[in-house]
Design a protein around this ligand. Structure first.
Ligand SMILES: NC(=O)c1ccc[n+]([C@@H]2O[C@H](COP(=O)([O-])OP(=O)(O)OC[C@H]3O[C@@H](n4cnc5c(N)ncnc54)[C@H](OP(=O)(O)O)[C@@H]3O)[C@@H](O)[C@H]2O)c1
Length: 286
């Protein structure tokens, strides 16, 4: 990627995660002054530790890649999920604003109720209810961040990347049952981070969806994995209602990308299939 002018220093919280690790390596490639923190080095729920770190580092940007991401466990570990996904981001948003730092935070399609088939726009209402407690806590978190006009929230979905390759499981299976009724798009962390760096160079603010131009079901996704890797696995269609998961899943998670395309000045954000095929060819032998 060509050199972008991004102001530093950048404080990256949750630097060990799937998205956090991709952000870290991209910022390092760009030679931007970066301070990375894992959960043991900086706990997002510890308001004093956050304030002390931010006062000391004086970051231009704070990127919060930390989250409680186990959607099913969140149904029972409700307090932990709320502390990490809502209370922590709220502390960060307040402290960042008071110290003139800009916060970047990530949210999810799970803030929407999953009804209908239309892609959700940033302006669409998240009411009446989010489908599960994870989505509820992420909604609280993004609202707290968006209380401040200078912060940035990027909603993403179905992430994959080098840190956590969710597709390799297919290599050892005789049969596999992907959902045919959940729609969205598998999203390569590399592509999210490319867009993020441009948004940072633009000093963008507000709420954006990162999404490609097209959508898929999980069945479509695993069909591509099976074909690209020439696997013998038999794919058997599954329905969400039959899965008996602790957390309810939204069926329509399609995210519209018009606002982001306009902001980035591009006609297209590409196809999920093209990105997935490129990723699969890179990791095939890992
Ligand atoms: N993965 C997806 O498919 C997906 C979909 C939609 C939205 N998102 C959103 O995208 C963002 C990144 O998700 P991800 O999949 O990259 O998450 P992830 O891989 O689960 O990583 C989350 C990171 O959060 C850190 N963390 C947890 N509790 C913390 C605490 N109390 N203080 C500081 N750090 C803490 C963990 O740090 P340690 O490893 O150091 O313990 C972990 O590395 C999140 O906002 C998530 O909600 C993800």
């Amino acid at each position: 990627m060509s050199k972008l002018i991004i102001s530093g220093p950048v404080l990256l919280i949750g630097a060990n995660g799937l998205l956090g690790s991709e952000i870290a390596s991209a910022l390092e490639d760009q030679k931007i002054s970066l301070i990375k923190k894992t959960s043991s080095e900086l706990d997002i729920t510890d308001v004093k530790a956050l304030a002390d770190a931010i006062k000391k580092i004086k970051p231009h940007w704070i990127i919060n890649a930390a989250a409680y991401t186990d959607v099913d466990k969140a149904e029972t570990e409700r307090d932990s999920a709320r502390l990490i996904n809502a209370t922590g981001p709220s502390h960060l948003a307040n402290i960042a604003a008071s110290l003139d730092a800009r916060l970047i935070h990530f949210s999810t399609d799970y803030v929407f109720n999953g009804e209908g088939e239309k892609p959700w726009a940033e302006t669409d209402s998240r009411e009446p209810v989010t489908p599960n407690w994870y989505g509820e806590t992420k909604l609280m978190g993004e609202k707290a961040v968006l209380n401040y006009p200078n912060h940035l929230v990027l909603r993403v979905q179905w992430l994959y990347g080098k840190k956590r390759n969710r597709f390799s499981t297919l290599k050892n299976r005789v049969t596999f049952s992907p959902f045919i009724d959940q729609f969205g798009a598998p999203t390569w962390t590399r592509d999210v981070v490319k867009a993020l760096l441009v948004l940072m160079a633009q000093e963008a603010t507000g709420l954006f969806h990162f999404a490609y131009d097209d959508f898929a079901s999980w069945m479509d996704v695993y069909q591509v994995v099976k074909e690209e890797w020439k696997l013998p696995v038999k794919l058997i269609p599954a329905h969400t209602r039959d899965a008996d998961l602790p957390a309810q899943r939204p069926l329509n998670g399609r995210l519209a990308n018009e606002k982001l395309k306009k902001q980035l000045g591009v006609q297209s954000l590409g196809s999920w299939k093209t990105s997935l095929k490129e990723f699969l060819s890179q990791v095939q032998n890992d």
